[in-house]
Design a protein around this ligand. Structure first.
Ligand code: ATP
Ligand code: MG
Length: 188
């Protein structure tokens, strides 16, 4: 949590290796991110991280199902042996309550629905860490609670770590730990 401009999105970008720190070192799950070349960081992100961006970043010409599936199709790396089973994109859309809208394009969906497509897309590779920037920011109470229940389930049943930015104290209270950012620093 923290005021606008305090560095919440920047912190998520740093954790996900999407931007580089000017000082300090970043460790992710036992591996150091800082000092690695871009392709190594990209690989680590690909294997471990799901992102829900503050501005969703859905592709406007693709349907909901295609927006979710594309993350599986863009396979830059071979997955190797013993790859865990991934949840099919259709099931993820069901999970976020959008099974019936899978063939809709972003401009045929409400903002809240687009946000839930972005959440389904972030989950498609079963990331061990989900970085979510205001994932409930455009949702009403009911849908906010639905998304939080999905997150709790992922955490409980799959041990997934979820790092979420929120302005909403009721949402924040449902996390195990709350960090407050002020002027780019963790205050408490
Ligand atoms: N690529 C960048 N280069 C330089 N400064 C940036 C860059 N991105 C963000 N900033 C600045 O860093 C500060 C933190 O921005 P950030 O987007 O992390 O804020 P935030 O806490 O996510 O705010 P909001 O709640 O409005 O989303 C802001 O002052 C912003 O202007
Ligand atoms: Mg932000």
């Amino acid at each position: 949590m923290g005021p606008s401009g305090s560095g919440k999105s920047t912190l998520l970008y740093l954790l996900g290796g999407l931007t580089h720190p000017t000082a300090g070192r970043i460790w992710l799950d036992g591996s150091e991110l800082t000092g690695r070349d871009d392709s190594a960081v990209t690989r680590l992100r690909y294997e471990k991280i799901g992102f829900v961006f503050q501005r969703f970043n859905l592709l406007p010409t693709l349907t909901a199902l295609e927006n979710v599936s594309i993350a599986l199709k863009l396979t830059f790396f071979s997955d190797g042996n013993g790859k865990r089973d991934l949840t099919p994109p259709e099931e993820l859309l069901e999970l976020v309550g959008l099974g019936a809208k899978k063939d809709h394009r972003p401009n045929e969906m409400s903002i809240g629905e687009q946000q839930r497509v972005a959440i389904a897309r972030a989950l498609v590779r079963s990331p061990s860490i989900l970085l979510a920037d205001e994932p409930t920011g455009s949702l009403d109470r009911d849908n906010t609670q639905k998304v939080l229940e999905i997150f709790k389930k992922l955490h409980k049943e799959h041990g997934q770590t979820i790092i979420m930015v929120t302005h909403d104290p009721d949402v924040a209270r449902q996390g195990d730990r709350i960090l407050h950012l002020v002027d780019g620093r963790i205050d408490s």
